[in-house]
Design a protein around this ligand. Structure first.
Ligand code: ARG
Length: 592
């Protein structure tokens, strides 16, 4: 049976050649089916590179074989498939695959009629995405910005394909630092139970209490007592803790709103009683070992310890993550847990996974766990990202600067002359937050990345500014020719998308790669593939537009003819680009 329209082509070709390999070589059940995109359209659109490894396998069994013959045998064994127009053997035994225009026509018609939809998935699952998970009383820093941007986009991707996504903000709202914060609050705002304390700057408040904690033994002692009171849910202490958390929460929320980010808070404090339970469980299973007064667990043979109980009886980040993963698997029923956290914590998550498996909490055959790690953000001097005076950069200030720079950029291009003030404001925000997100997402997340407003605001190359601008231009082509999106949709019913010109067909084939691009990202969780894809679409579009008239005008500038089939191609290009932006969490604008 042929795959449904809108399925991944790469995936369909893999299945198609898998049949051929099985028919031609039933004695080689493990023969690899290797399909890749062709680097050069001279060699077809895709390639099957299975003949070489199959030849090796045959030779290993003592049979005579040569790759061109193997390729021929594969070609003779493929089932009929309307998506493929032509197969050709090339070089030592590659099979070049050319797609048929008929699949292009069908898929693009489907896109026009039904909108951009995700590739079908075998099974709908529950994916839990842990992000951006900042810590109370500490500012969100650029690392959390990366977590926010990547986590949001990963969540959107899985929502788009139809999985159930639990976006969880694992807020750092628990731990011994609250002892000193609460004690300090009680000292300087004794009537906090009735009147909200006027803490505007929690950073300073944190520093003040830390200073007292380090210098004043009596304060330190009271701070420890406060922790005990807090963790036994004493209402007075709980109230103080709530007040402090709310100050941070409000600041965080402003950032989330600006970035269009949603994540439901289930902070570390939520797990207090579950930590007690999980410690008991680990103890009963005999998994804890004494180590200088601490209780530790070893998940791996390298014996990197996971500290489950501190020597003073308190719990740690490790304890909290053990309780959390158990809750996520057993109560939230997550099939896939994705931690979007900086690469500095990779050992923590590796040991967590090992310990969870060892404790029988995580069955790797049933639940997948990924640490979606990312590298540090560097300044343009390639050193750790800092302000000029050497402090960590506050996110709010960074977003403000982005806004200002985006505004300057638009004015520099004279857009303030063309757009209404409201349109300008919308464009400014889209560009500012869009460029910050795109710069982050378009780099391989595992590498460190250099934060540069100048680079991200360039209007050439693979940047948000260029791509957003391109999208508005594409959208304007139909509009200027007098077609509303509804009118185009109507035309699509009886006009085929124009695919005769080589550049039209090339553009269409890039558009058809959308499903396989998503499938790839769902495997490796690397969103820069989507940015590269978006850039490929826009490049293919430019080539098409430079070579193919959509609208013809006379010397007076009056429209003399409109090629509706080409306008339809513009329309699908725009809708695929728009969907990419949406998954990347970037707002698009109709004018900029
Ligand atoms: N609050 C931590 C930090 O800022 C990140 C928490 C990530 N999630 C987790 N389950 N450990 O470093």
């Amino acid at each position: 049976r042929e795959p449904v329209v809108g399925s991944s082509i790469l995936n369909a070709l893999e299945k198609y050649f898998a049949v051929a390999v099985q028919r031609a070589y039933p004695e080689l059940p493990d023969a690899p089916v290797i399909i890749s995109l062709s680097g050069n359209s001279k060699f077809g659109d895709y390639q099957c590179n299975s003949a070489m490894p199959i030849t090796q396998l045959l030779k290993a069994k003592g049979e005579k074989a040569n790759p061109r013959e193997v390729a021929q045998k594969l070609m003779d064994s493929v089932p009929p498939f309307s998506w493929v127009e032509k197969l050709e053997i090339a070089g030592p035994g590659f099979i070049n695959i050319s797609l048929s225009r008929s699949v292009g026509h069908r898929a693009l018609k489907d896109l026009l009629e039904n909108g951009v939809h995700p590739p079908p998935v075998d099974r709908k699952i529950t994916v839990l995405v842990d992000f951006p998970s900042p810590n109370i009383a500490k500012d969100m820093h650029v690392g959390h910005l990366r977590a926010a941007i990547i986590g949001e986009s990963v969540s959107r991707l899985f929502e788009f394909v139809g999985h159930k996504v639990l976006r969880v903000n694992h807020l750092g709202d628990w731990g011994t630092q609250f002892g000193m914060l609460i004690t300090h609050l009680q000292d300087i705002y004794p009537d906090y139970q009735t009147k909200s304390p006027p803490i505007s700057d929690l950073q300073t408040f944190y520093k003040e209490s830390k200073k007292r904690f380090d210098e004043d033994a009596e304060f330190k002692k009271r701070s420890y007592e406060s922790v005990v009171k807090l963790q036994s849910f004493d209402p007075v202490y709980n109230k103080a803790w709530q007040l402090i958390c709310d100050v941070s929460r409000k600041e965080f929320q402003k950032i989330y709103d600006r970035l269009d980010l949603t994540s439901t808070e289930i902070g570390e404090s939520f797990y207090q009683s579950r930590m007690e339970q999980v410690v008991k469980e680990l103890e009963e299973k005999g998994l804890l070992e004494e180590d200088e007064g601490r209780k530790v667990m070893f998940g791996r043979s390298d014996r990197i310890p996971f500290t489950i109980v501190k020597s003073d009886g308190g719990f740690t980040y490790d304890t909290s993550d053990m309780a959390t993963i158990k809750y996520r698997i057993h109560e939230q029923k997550a099939d896939w847990i994705i931690y979007v956290v900086d690469a500095g914590q990779s050992t923590h998550f590796e040991v967590l996974e090992a310990c969870a498996v060892k404790a029988g909490i995580l069955d790797p055959k049933k639940v997948r766990m990924d640490h979606v790690q990312f590298g540090v953000v560097l300044g343009e001097d390639k050193k750790k990202f800092k302000t000029r005076s050497g402090e960590t950069v506050k996110l709010a200030a960074l977003l403000d600067e982005g806004l200002k720079r985006a505004g300057d950029k638009l004015k520099e291009k004279g857009r303030d002359q063309v757009l209404t003030p409201e349109e300008l404001r919308v464009a400014q925000e889209a560009v500012a937050y869009g460029c910050i997100k795109y710069a982050d997402l378009s780099h391989n997340r595992t590498h460190e990345y250099i934060f540069s407003f100048d680079k991200m605001l360039e209007d050439k190359g693979n940047t948000a500014v260029y791509l957003l601008y391109m999208l508005t231009r594409i959208r304007s082509i139909g509009r200027l020719a007098g077609f509303t999106p509804e009118a185009l949709k109507e035309s699509a019913k009886n006009t085929p998308v124009s695919l005769d010109h080589e550049k039209e067909w090339n553009l269409a084939k890039v558009i058809l790669r959308f499903p396989e691009t998503l499938e790839k990202i769902m495997r490796d969780l690397l969103l820069h593939h989507l940015c590269e894809y978006l850039y490929d679409v826009s490049t293919a579009f430019s080539e098409f537009y430079d070579n193919c008239y959509c609208v013809e005008k006379n010397p007076k500038g009056e429209i003399i003819s409109v090629n509706v089939g080409r306008l339809l191609l513009c329309e699908v290009t725009a809708s695929v680009m728009e969907k990419c932006f949406q998954i990347l969490g970037i707002r698009t604008v109709s004018k900029m």
